[in-house]
Design a protein around this ligand. Structure first.
Ligand SMILES: *Cc1c(COP(=O)(O)O)cnc(C)c1O
Length: 355
């Protein structure tokens, strides 16, 4: 794979925006280069101690080196192989913008899967080729091989997959990685809940591998909007060239850096969630209305019920919101339920029993 040929011509020729701090990198004490407010940031006069605990008058580090350093310690991936986005959604969008020529290139997606790949393709006017998963929710390798042509730039594989919850068979992913000349994007948003190993250890093996992870799920920071993309150096360099200069704000960098110091808490939540997934799955399977509980490697369960829309609406009336996936390819009659707290799961079950 030649990254120079893979990226769009206009991106190859792009001279990226140079920030004030790009142009001066030494030690200084007076910064009059970026038109910031040198005085500080305002606090609420009524409660100066809340919200802002420091000043945010300076632009943040465009490459988020301190945060990446901390992530690198946990993930074991070098900083130069790490990209941070305003959610994984930004990384997905940037992959389209950097590698897919609108109106010309295409990408392969594998329904039923995460909806943002198709939306992002639509926004960028990039054609999508859908190769449905097999009824086992595994890859249709022959179908994928047939769908690919010289204009196929990206293949999105979500593992564990949303909304089905299963992990994709590792050797199948390896087959795609070994045979496709574009980028294979493995979306591991739910990897913390999976028995399957992450692919971030294989980056040196596959120059065309992009692994997406996020702080929105296991890390409990969905509101911050912070996503990670891990890839070979040339791919990361392209993403950095295309991204908005200050795409991760300083408050997010500060809060995430703090959160990374408490991985014990995250691991504890993962343990509870996985245990609850098991017990909730068993309890759901015992309900007469439930026809099937699909095995899950994520923090949600897909179930097939007698009357999905009716069950969904009845739960709404009780103030419980789940996701109706019954109109989704291969998910007829299915509902997707996020694993809640122990208490929430108990209430959900008791409510379902009364319907
Ligand atoms: C939730 C989710 C994400 C997370 O996206 P963010 O923009 O990082 O919040 C990514 N991929 C999949 C498949 C998801 O379900």
């Amino acid at each position: 794979m030649d990254i120079n040929k893979l990226q769009r011509e206009n991106i190859r020729n792009l001279r990226p925006y140079s920030t004030a701090r790009d142009e001066y990198k030494g030690q200084a004490s007076i910064f009059l280069d970026a038109n910031e407010n040198s005085y500080g940031s305002p606090r609420s006069p009524r409660s100066p101690e809340t919200a802002l605990t420091k000043d945010y008058n300076r632009y943040p580090d465009p490459l988020q080196l301190d945060l990446k350093e901390a992530i690198s310690k946990i993930k074991g991936v070098p900083i130069e192989n790490t990209f941070l986005g305003n959610g994984s959604d930004e990384a997905i969008d940037l992959l389209f913008r950097a590698f897919c020529e609108p109106g010309q290139d295409n990408v392969v997606i594998l329904p039923p899967t995460y909806g943002m790949y198709e939306v992002s393709a639509g926004i960028n006017n990039v054609a999508i080729r859908k190769v449905n998963l097999l009824p086992s929710f595994q890859l249709d390798l022959d179908g994928i091989a047939e769908a690919i042509d010289e204009h196929t730039k990206l293949i999105f594989i979500c593992s564990p997959n949303n909304p089905t919850g299963n992990s994709i068979v590792r050797t199948d992913i390896e087959t795609v990685l070994a045979n496709f000349n574009g980028l294979v994007v493995i979306d591991e948003a739910y990897i913390n809940y999976a028995k399957q190993r992450t692919f971030i250890k294989e980056l040196t093996e596959y120059p065309n591998l992009v692994v997406l992870q996020t702080f929105s799920k296991a890390w409990g920071l969905a509101a911050l909007r912070l996503g990670m993309a891990f890839a070979s150096r040339p791919v990361i360099d392209v993403l950095n060239k295309v991204k908005p200069p200050y795409n991760i704000n300083q408050a997010t960098q500060d809060i995430a850096l703090d959160a990374l110091k408490n991985i014990e808490q995250v691991n504890e939540w993962i343990k509870v969630t996985v245990a609850e997934r098991e017990s909730l799955g068993n309890a759901l399977a015992a309900l007469p209305m439930v026809k099937k509980v699909y095995p899950s490697d994520a923090n949600f369960i897909l179930i097939e019920v007698d009357d999905a829309l009716n069950t969904y609406n009845s739960l709404v009336e009780h103030g419980i919101i789940i996701r109706d996936r019954s109109k989704v390819t291969l998910c007829e009659g299915c509902l997707r339920i996020t694993i809640g707290t122990v208490e929430e799961n108990k209430i959900l079950l008791e409510t379902l029993k009364t319907l």
